[in-house]
Design a protein around this ligand. Structure first.
Ligand code: IVH
Length: 670
């Protein structure tokens, strides 16, 4: 392919993938299979890797984000980001309507929209390209979060080419975390011993401010746009501007309703007050806006809010029920979660029997007493939370709830670290739910992927056969076959699956150890940085904290974990069982790392001392900042040639006058 052919192929693939993305994430109408999509994406990725001169931050390949720490820059909004006046009452809504009618005698319509409960964002597009995404900040200045926003699949990076979008405009909307993403995130947090997040709004705002865009890409964020802004608008109608934005590629809610008068507005509010239960994301009200841009301009703003719009906020749906008792659950890392048992009560379409109380601080701030009638509310979570107590129903002499001081299972005195809201059981070596919890975590698919369920682990523990993950590697098939629910074949399968797990890569082994705060990504980063277990054990807290995305708290947790005798002896047994405690990339580790080849396009061709040696040399190009190419072109700076180099490559290099060097010369450059 000529350079021009490559470029046009790249552009064609990008356009194709952008349109697939739009159909999938904006219209929810995919028309190709995931497999086909992945193939095209891989094809584009390969072409971009081989032809770095055609790189583009808005290419669909860039949606995965990057691991480098982002420092957010402050940017000034072209148009300030104001908030809305809000109300909970119908009377105030009628006042709002009357006020407008006093200020104008022309007829007008309202647009009613869902008030998305996320975090607001302002996107700038220049000639169809996303150039900036900024948070609201203080309304005048916000944070530049473009790198993170690029990973949100429903936000177009490039607009639909065959539409008439304006050259330069801003569009505002809300970034939100849908319920399914939120539940997945909280399940992951619990897995690594971190407290669950309280609601989807906090989760969305937190994710957007993460300093690692690759992590944001995994959060499953979504974005609805609701406000087009530019110096000269393409239409006087907000409703029409939103339909235009939709055609350019933006996700615009289908639940926008034009209302002729305030009673139609109230109907819309009434409808969504119930129907919001069925939405896959949170809304906290309805926004009512004047449709006409010229009328908006005439009405203007007060100091902080526009006169042409108002937010009606829903009162959270709640139910009241008597508190029956409190259970204290002990997690894998010893974290205690208090859960209230309630008299069953209907709330938002389900019967609720339990509500989370999160931690001791929450119980205290609620001033909860035994036997109290409590109000519960549903956020994005399946388990509702207790929001307040109906003090009028408290019986005389009721005692305040006293938070447990000892572990409900093993009796150890609970510990509470300064600055942490929760308490935990420190007896991690002997507290049964912590022992089994750790082994269950160890065998999960993302960790050692050993084929057995929680019940098997509980059973093995009860029978006294396992106390630590290392014991799994001593179990024999005849021993297993003697257990109830096991037959000869299933016993064999189990032992085989344990044996197979010895080949699981080091990063997953490290994750499987269940060190507090260490999730899958952190384990990968640690392995990338330290390569083997000894290096991790010998590192100081400061050295660990130097690893990408690992803060001081996690570094300390890792450091302390490896200072514990029992942990070390378990690791020693796992090593003897043959588990992987080093990454396979030892050759690569030995390779120098620098930016000496930065900006250089390099090709490696021919055979070297061993087949691996060529791969090592190629890796060295990259680890020293060079770009590895697979074909010679005008941008190639030099060719590293071994024995029997590719004849056509050498011919082309000679024709273009590209330097051809030997392995020794290459090493000398480093
Ligand atoms: S219009 C001048 N429309 O609610 C402000 N806002 O307090 C124009 N929000 O900061 C905003 N859904 O973050 C608008 N459909 C919607 C909205 C919406 C949620 C948020 C937005 C704004 C806050 C208002």
């Amino acid at each position: 392919m000529t350079n021009q052919e490559i470029q046009s192929k790249i552009l064609q693939l990008r356009e194709f993938l952008n349109s697939c993305n739009y159909k999938y994430y904006v219209l929810s109408q995919p028309d190709i299979s995931d497999y086909e999509y992945d193939l095209k994406m891989a094809e584009l990725q390969k072409l971009e890797d081989e032809n770095p001169e055609f790189a583009d931050p808005n290419s669909p390949t860039q949606r995965v984000g990057s691991d480098t720490n982002i420092e957010f820059e402050q940017v000034t909004h072209k148009y300030p980001m104001l908030s809305l006046g809000n109300t909970y009452s119908e009377a105030e809504l009628r006042d709002f309507d009357a006020r407008i009618r006093r200020l104008t005698d022309k007829p007008f319509v309202y647009d009613c929209e869902l008030k998305f409960d996320g975090t607001s964002i302002s996107l700038t597009y220049d000639h169809g390209q996303l150039v900036r995404a900024a948070t609201r900040g203080d309304g005048v200045k916000g944070d530049d979060v473009t790198a993170n926003v690029r990973t949100i699949k429903s936000i177009p990076l490039t607009l639909n080419k065959d539409t008439q979008y304006p050259d330069l405009f801003e569009i505002r909307g809300e970034i939100l975390m849908p319920h399914d993403s939120f539940e997945r995130l909280n399940a992951e947090r619990l897995e690594i011993g971190e407290p669950p997040l309280a609601n989807c709004r906090n989760a969305a705002a937190g994710a957007l401010k993460t300093q690692n865009s690759a992590a944001v890409a995994k959060r499953g964020l979504d974005c609805y746009l609701y406000y087009l802004m530019m110096d000269t608008m393409p239409t006087d109608s907000h409703f029409e501007s939103m339909q235009m934005a939709k055609s350019w590629g933006f996700k615009v809610s289908e639940h926008i309703k034009r209302a002729e008068n305030i009673s139609e507005v109230l109907d819309f509010i009434e409808y969504w007050n119930h129907e919001r239960e069925n939405l896959p994301y949170d809304i906290d009200g309805i926004v009512i806006k004047i449709d006409s841009m010229s009328l908006r301009q005439q009405l203007g703003f007060t100091a902080k809010t526009p006169r042409w719009a108002i937010a009606y906020k829903f009162k959270a749906e709640e139910a009241a029920s008597p508190l029956l008792s409190i259970d204290y659950q002990v997690g894998r890392t010893g974290v205690i979660t208090p859960v209230a048992n309630l008299e069953p009560v209907h709330l938002a379409g389900t019967v609720v029997r339990r509500a989370t109380l999160h931690n001791a601080d929450i119980i205290r701030s609620l001033d909860l007493h035994y036997g109290d009638t409590v109000f519960i509310e549903k956020g994005g979570e399946i388990i509702p939370k207790i929001t307040r107590v109906d003090v009028s129903k408290r019986v005389a002499g009721a005692q305040p709830v006293k938070y447990i001081e000892k572990c409900p299972v093993c009796g150890a005195t609970l510990v509470r670290n300064e600055g942490e809201a929760g308490s935990y059981c420190p007896n991690y070596q002997h507290c049964p739910p912590q022992i089994t919890g750790k082994i269950i975590h160890f065998v999960t698919r993302k960790a050692m992927d050993i084929n057995c369920g929680e019940a098997t682990i509980e059973l093995l523990y009860k029978q006294g056969l396992i106390h630590s993950p290392a014991d799994l590697y001593d179990l024999t098939a005849p021993q297993m076959a003697r257990l109830e629910r096991f037959a000869e074949k299933s016993a064999k399968n189990f032992v085989e699956s344990v044996r197979k797990s010895t080949q699981v890569p080091f990063a997953r082994v490290l994750y499987a150890l269940g060190i507090r705060h260490v999730g899958e990504q952190a384990a990968k980063n640690l392995v990338k940085h330290f390569h083997n277990l000894d290096n991790i054990i010998n590192a100081t807290i400061e050295q660990i904290a130097e690893v990408n995305d690992i803060g001081y708290v996690m570094a300390e947790s890792i450091y302390q974990w490896f200072r514990n005798e029992e942990n070390l002896s378990m690791v020693c047994r796992l090593q003897m069982a043959g588990l992987q405690f080093a990454s396979n990339e030892t050759e690569e580790d030995a390779a120098p790392v620098s930016d000496r080849l930065a900006g250089l396009n390099i090709i490696v061709t021919g055979s070297f001392a061993t087949p691996q040696r060529r791969a090592e040399l190629e890796k060295m190009v990259e680890t020293n900042g060079g770009k590895l190419q697979s074909g010679v072109n005008a941008k190639t700076n030099f060719v590293v040639a071994g024995d029997k180099p590719g004849a056509s490559k050498i011919a082309k290099a000679e024709k273009l006058g590209t330097k051809i060097i030997s392995e020794a010369e290459f090493l000398a450059m480093l």
